[in-house]
Design a protein around this ligand. Structure first.
Ligand code: SAH
Length: 359
C-alpha cells in the first residue's frame, strides 16, 4: 500500500521513530483527534458529500422519537426544572433539533431544559450553533465540564470514535497490536513482551484479536457516577456487540471502506462498540443499565411505525416512498436494525425508560 500524503503521516512517522511502535489507541487518537489535523477537527464528515451517514441524517423520525423518550424520562425523574439536556458528539445538531421539536408535546420540558453539547470539533460546533441557536446551547470539551444537576444525556455514534487497544493471541499469550512505519507506509506488528492483564480472556485460539476500550470505559464511568450523584439517565446508541468478536477497526472514506492505516486524518476510523464493557463500567459506578436492545426494536417500541404513518399521511408518492425507505433503513435487520443497539444508563432509583420495559 502506498500512503497518499496527509499532514498527519509525517507526524505519526516521527512519533514512531522517536518512541517506537505505537498502540492502535494512540494511532486512533491522533488520526481522529489531533488538535490541528485530526479527522474530526477539520471537517463535517456527515451526509452524502461526506464519509458516512448517521440515523438522524437518515430521517427526522429518529431524533423525534428520542425527544419523546427524553420527555418521558424527564417525567419519570419527577420533572426537574431546570435540568441539563446534554448530547455527546452532536454532529450537525440534527438529532437534538428534531428531539426538541417533538418534545414540545410534553408541557414544560423544553422550558426546563438547559442544552449542553459536548463537542471537540470547531467545524461541527459551528454547524450545531446554526441548527440549535433558538435553544441557546452551551459547549463543553468533556463530560467532566458539564455543570452539576439532574441530566438527560444522549449519545448517538459517539462511543465508536473513541480509541481502543488491540491484543493478539500468539503461542498461548497476549501481545499488544502495534503500528510500525518503514518511513513511508504504516503496518501492524505485535509487541515483544507478553501482556498479563486480567481483563484479557484466559484462553483464545491462535491469532484471535480482542479489543479493550479503556477510554470509552473511563468515560462511561464518569458519566454513570454523575448520573448516580446528580440524578438522571443516558441513552447510548451505536453499532456494536456484547463481546467476543475480534478485530473491528475500520475506516470509511466517501462511504467506502478503506485501509485504516493508509490515510490517517482523512478517513473516519472507528471500532464496533463493546456494550458489555460499557455496562460493566456503568455498574462499577453503581448505575443501572437497561439493554442493549436492537435499534429496530427500540424505535418500534417508541412508536416508529405510527410516526411514519402520520408523517406520510396526505403526502405525494415520492415523499411517502422516501419515508418508507428511511424507516426500513433504520429498522431492517440487514441495515441498522440489529447491528445498531441502544443502551440506557440510569441513576438506581429510576424506572425502566421507554423502549426498555422488557429488558
Ligand atoms: N451524533 C451525530 C454525529 C456522530 S459523528 C450523529 O448521529 O449524526 C461523531 C461525533 O462525535 C462528532 O460530532 C464528533 O466531532 C464528535 N466527537 C468525536 N470524538 C469526540 C471526543 N473525543 N470528544 C467530543 N466529541 C467527539
Amino acid at each position: 500500500m502506498s500512503a497518499a500524503p496527509t499532514p498527519l503521516i509525517g507526524l505519526i512517522t516521527d512519533e514512531i521513530a522517536a518512541r517506537g511502535p505505537m498502540t492502535v489507541a494512540r494511532f486512533m487518537e491522533l488520526a481522529l483527534g489531533h488538535p490541528e489535523y485530526g479527522y474530526y477537527r477539520t471537517r463535517d464528515p456527515l451526509g452524502r458529500g461526506g464519509d458516512f451517514i448517521t440515523a438522524p441524517e437518515v430521517s427526522q423520525m429518529f431524533g423525534e422519537l428520542i425527544g419523546l423518550w427524553a420527555a418521558v424520562v424527564w417525567e419519570q425523574m419527577g420533572r426537574p426544572a431546570p435540568f441539563i439536556l446534554a448530547e455527546l458528539g452532536p454532529g450537525r445538531g440534527t438529532l437534538m433539533n428534531d428531539a426538541l421539536r417533538a418534545a414540545r408535546a410534553m408541557d414544560g420540558f423544553v422550558e426546563a431544559a438547559r442544552l449542553h453539547l459536548v463537542e471537540t470539533s470547531p467545524v461541527l460546533r459551528a454547524h450545531q450553533g446554526e441548527t440549535l441557536t433558538a435553544h441557546a446551547p452551551a459547549w463543553a470539551d468533556r463530560i467532566e465540564d458539564l455543570p452539576p444537576g439532574p441530566a438527560i444525556i444522549i449519545a448517538n455514534e459517539f462511543f465508536d470514535a473513541l480509541p481502543v487497544r488491540q491484543f493478539v493471541r500468539q503461542s498461548g499469550d497476549w501481545f499488544e497490536r502495534l503500528v510500525v512505519s518503514d518511513g513511508d507506509d504504516f503496518d501492524f506488528t505485535t509487541g515483544r513482551e507478553a501482556i498479563a492483564d486480567a481483563d484479557l480472556p484466559a484462553d483464545a485460539p491462535e491469532g484471535a484479536v480482542v479489543e479493550k476500550t479503556e477510554t470509552a470505559a473511563a468515560l462511561m464511568g464518569t458519566l454513570a457516577a454523575r448520573l448516580v450523584r446528580e440524578g438522571g439517565a443516558a441513552l447510548i446508541i451505536d453499532y456494536g456487540h456484547t463481546g467476543g468478536v475480534g478485530d473491528t477497526l475500520q475506516a470509511l472514506r466517501a462511504h467506502q471502506h478503506v485501509d485504516p492505516l493508509t490515510t490517517p486524518g482523512e478517513a473516519d476510523l472507528t471500532t464496533h462498540v463493546d456494550f458489555a464493557q460499557l455496562a460493566r463500567a456503568a455498574h462499577a459506578a453503581q448505575a443501572r443499565t437497561f439493554g442493549p436492545v436492537g435499534q429496530g426494536n427500540f424505535l418500534l417500541m417508541l412508536g416508529l411505525a405510527h410516526r411514519a404513518e402520520r408523517l406520510a399521511a396526505g403526502k405525494d408518492r415520492e415523499t411517502r416512498e422516501k419515508i418508507e425507505a428511511a424507516t426500513r433503513r433504520l429498522i431492517a435487520r440487514s441495515e441498522m436494525g440489529t447491528l445498531f443497539k441502544a443502551l440506557a444508563v440510569t441513576a438506581p432509583a429510576l424506572a425502566a425508560p421507554p423502549g426498555f420495559e422488557n429488558t
